[in-house]
Design a protein around this ligand. Structure first.
Ligand code: ADP
Ligand code: UDP
Length: 234
């Protein structure tokens, strides 16, 4: 089958079925828009399994996504969509870029979840953009922007329920949405420790890509521990 796209963490292939894509998760990890980059054996398997588990959980709880099924350790089938070039970030607790941009202390708990949009454009370094910028760039209409925000908050609520049950704190995460052939907005891409910040509720331990960004541990050990927790969760 044809390789349609190779990104930093995944390869996307066509399949013999129209509008169905095969996603292969790679053993590669990057940070800072590719500034830091490593091959880490086993990482693709972990993110494929974690993302599959989370998309299944969301489906059981009424949140639709592009996810169809996991077909191997490193591969899954998804519905093809036209990705809206926005990284939709939801934050419950301050960490990462918002601490530098607005001066919040790391760990500050927001009064309510915050939704931010970043323009998915590597050449521009994925800048934060406003609703008006989104309309100016014709990335989404006002109605679509409101739908993206509501959907992102719905995903957040479900993930918060899951993480709280697992005695974890969901700090923030990034999701992407795409348009189906009939113009519906659908949750797409991945939800994994590469795209979330997840802290232990009772200690300083974290289960996310910050261990790689900050060189504080083994990504394989940390992601495997998170997957074990997910699989143990009823
Ligand atoms: P990046 O492009 O950031 O390096 P990845 O390595 O994760 O990212 O590559 C996956 C690419 O596939 C991303 O650009 C993502 O937007 C895109 N994508 C994710 N889900 C779908 C889908 N259902 N249909 C089409 N493209 C998708
Ligand atoms: N994130 C992501 N891809 C990106 C940028 C951010 O998945 O290209 C995730 C990141 O892992 C975190 C959340 O989005 O869970 C918020 O990231 P932030 O804006 O704080 O950026 P960072 O400082 O992590 O680059």
């Amino acid at each position: 089958m044809t390789l349609l796209y190779e990104g930093k963490a995944k390869r996307i292939f066509s399949t013999e079925v129209e509008d169905v894509l095969r996603v292969e998760y790679k053993d590669e990890v990057t940070a800072g828009n590719g500034a830091k980059k490593d091959y880490i054996e086993g990482k693709g398997r972990l993110n494929n399994q974690i993302t599959s588990h989370i998309f299944n959980y969301l489906k059981e709880n009424g949140v639709k996504s592009h996810f169809i099924e996991q077909i191997s350790e490193t591969e899954q089938l998804v519905e093809s969509v036209k990705i809206i070039p926005l990284e939709v970030v939801v934050r419950n607790i301050a960490a990462g870029s918002i601490t530098k941009r607005l001066g919040f202390d790391k760990g500050h708990v927001f009064d309510e979840p915050l939704v931010e949009f970043f323009y998915k454009n590597d050449d521009l370094n994925d800048p934060l953009i406003t609703d008006d910028h989104i309309k100016l760039l014709h990335l989404a209409s006002e109605t679509e922007i409101q739908e993206l925000k509501a959907s992102a908050l719905a995903v957040n609520q479900q993930l918060l329920n899951l993480m709280t049950d697992m005695e974890l704190r969901l700090v923030d995460f990034k999701i992407e949405f795409g348009l189906t052939k009939d113009g519906q907005i659908l949750l797409a891409d991945e939800i994994s420790p590469d795209t979330c910040r997840i802290w232990d509720a009772h200690s300083d331990t974290n289960f996310d890509k910050d261990v790689y960004r900050e060189d504080t541990g083994s990504i394989i050990e940390v992601y495997q521990t998170f997957l074990n927790k997910l699989e143990a969760h009823k």
